[in-house]
Design a protein around this ligand. Structure first.
Ligand code: CTP
Ligand code: MG
Length: 251
């Protein structure tokens, strides 16, 4: 496993001035696998899930700007708890796909941000340590994706369930967010992807399409994306384990 002191992850030079960071949060999905409930506004530890997601970013002293892509109805009239939460936060209307929502958010960020973190609104358990592992890579001009090695053997199957391929498990990681990128190259990547009509891929693949190098860094098995109703129950248990039985105290 990689560690922050591992030369593989390449810490930035200790006397370099840390650059400003912007955070793009896609939270405009419709939650079809959650029974068509907008996940950002479900509760986790007695607070809106999106608010939990924001906590470690708001607590980070390098973060100067946060842009959240919200469903169109909410972006016109955001909930009260969000409006007064922090002056670094702005919100925009999301788009039909995650890619469109991320694009709307990254273009709304303060231009001072030289590094951009993209993080799913529906991943509320992300930690400071994971964020910093991503930033260390982006600080030296590469892209970073948080992830975790797959414990299961993965199979490629066709629509009839016929197994087509069994890729070597040791080479397979499950991609999570955050993902971190130098700002200008990420903006170029998005512009080119939309010009070329590319949609079915993730942020790091778009970054690689314009020649960016992308590295996998250690996320965590508990950095889950709340996707199905059961995930919300698991997230609640993990949240309480971390934050104590009352669960309501911010970290
Ligand atoms: N997202 C977004 N805009 C979209 C689609 C997704 O901002 N058009 C966001 C979601 O709100 C979520 C993240 O991207 O925070 C990851 O997407 P996913 O977990 O797939 O959420 P949904 O698309 O809402 O869920 P589903 O696919 O089950 O409909
Ligand atoms: Mg989706």
């Amino acid at each position: 496993m990689m560690t922050p002191s591992d030369p593989e992850t390449g810490a930035a030079s200790p006397d370099a001035e840390p650059t400003d960071v912007g955070v793009a949060i896609p939270a405009a999905g419709i939650g079809s696998r959650m029974g068509r409930r907008k996940k950002a506004f479900l509760e986790l530890g007695g607070e809106p899930l999106l608010r939990r997601t924001l906590e470690p970013f708001l607590a980070h002293d390098r973060v100067v700007s946060i842009a959240i892509a919200l469903p169109a109805e909410e972006s016109g009239r955001p909930p009260g708890w969000l409006v007064g939460l922090d002056p670094r936060i702005r919100w925009v209307a999301g788009g039909v796909t995650r890619l469109h929502s991320v694009r709307a958010a990254i273009t709304a960020l303060d231009v001072r941000a030289e590094v951009i973190l993209v993080h799913d609104g529906a991943r509320p358990l992300v930690s400071r340590e994971i964020i910093d592992r991503c930033l260390r890579v982006a600080d030296r001009g590469e892209g970073a994706v948080a992830g975790w090695p797959s414990v299961d053997t993965l199979k490629e199957v066709d629509s009839a369930g016929q197994i087509l391929a069994t890729p070597r498990r040791e080479a397979l990681w499950r991609a999570q967010t955050p993902q971190a990128f130098p700002r200008q190259l990420l903006l170029d990547a998005y512009r080119k992807a939309l010009d070329d009509g590319v949609t079915a891929t993730d942020d790091s693949a778009l970054f690689a399409r314009v020649g960016g190098r992308v590295r996998m860094v250690e996320g965590a098995p508990w950095n889950l994306k709340v996707t199905h109703p059961e995930d919300l129950e698991v997230a609640e248990l993990l949240f309480r384990l971390r934050n104590g039985p009352t669960g309501g105290e911010p970290r």
